[in-house]
Design a binder for this molecule. Structure first.
Ligand code: OMP
Length: 235
């Protein structure tokens, strides 16, 4: 199992490369894995991703791709060439199949986003789905597993239910992480770092509780300590 520090992925949801580099500097050796999503990717973040990879950090490129198969496949090939570790796609069968072809035998791992952690049953109904959140997460996880996707993004609320279904060959990456007492914001399915690890999450994605904290390093260190304590409880 990885070092607890390497199981924390910090979401660099920041407006510019300068702002991201300032946070990265403050986090120093405390964080080894970063996520770059829409906000930063469209503001120079993909070049920053390559720089981080060059300096030994791991990068999760969070573009949640969803398009016709050919476009997804070619887009994934481009991301694979950056040396990124994870890339998200939406958990639609055509999209997942194309992404698996696109990543080929590169080191890139494809993560399928099951149901966004800002959704609850009412949000799914509003989007036209006749499924509860756990039902749709389970259905998409089964499809992702059959297609050969490398991992799932889900809430830690679903991690315990998914683990026996997917085994240990797929990673579970859980956003919607909130240390006790932290502001929930727009997230609806949240768990503490401890509960996420105990539920079977492999990696925790944390944005605002770290990047918007007065002392991001102290916030990250506290989460890593919580991951470590929970991992020790498991053995
Ligand atoms: O794919 C993701 O990373 C993701 C999936 C999901 O279901 N929920 C979710 O919050 N995320 C991302 O995880 C991060 C969570 O950020 P915070 O809510 O600030 O901790 C954001 O960058 C989201 O884009």
């Amino acid at each position: 199992m990885e070092h607890p520090r390497d199981r924390l992925i910090v979401a660099l949801d920041l407006p510019s490369v300068d702002a991201a580099e300032a946070v990265i500097d403050r986090l120093g050796e405390g964080v080894t894995f970063y996520k770059i999503g829409y906000q930063l990717a469209f503001a120079g973040g993909l070049a920053l991703a390559e720089k981080l990879i060059f300096t030994g950090r791991r990068v999760f490129v969070d573009l949640k791709l969803h398009d016709i198969g050919n476009t997804v496949e070619k887009g994934v090939e481009s991301i694979a060439r950056t040396g990124a570790t994870f890339l998200t796609v939406h958990a639609y069968p055509q999209t997942m199949k194309a992404a698996v072809v696109g990543r080929g035998d590169s080191n890139l791992r494809i993560l399928a986003v099951t149901v966004l952690t800002s959704y609850d049953d009412a949000d799914l109904a509003a989007a036209g789905y006749d499924f509860t959140v756990p039902e749709l997460v389970a259905e998409r996880a089964a499809q992702a597993h059959d297609i050969g996707v490398d991992g799932l993004v889900c809430s830690a609320e679903e991690a315990a239910m998914l683990r026996p279904r997917i085994g240990h060959g797929m990673v579970l990456v859980t956003p919607g992480i909130r240390p006790s007492g932290a502001e929930v914001g727009d997230q609806k399915r949240v768990k503490t770092p401890r509960d996420a690890i105990l539920a079977g999450a492999d990696y925790l994605v944390v944005g605002r509780p770290i990047v918007a904290a007065p002392n991001p390093r102290a916030a990250a260190d506290a989460i890593v300590a919580e991951i470590e304590a929970a991992a020790n409880e498991q053995v």
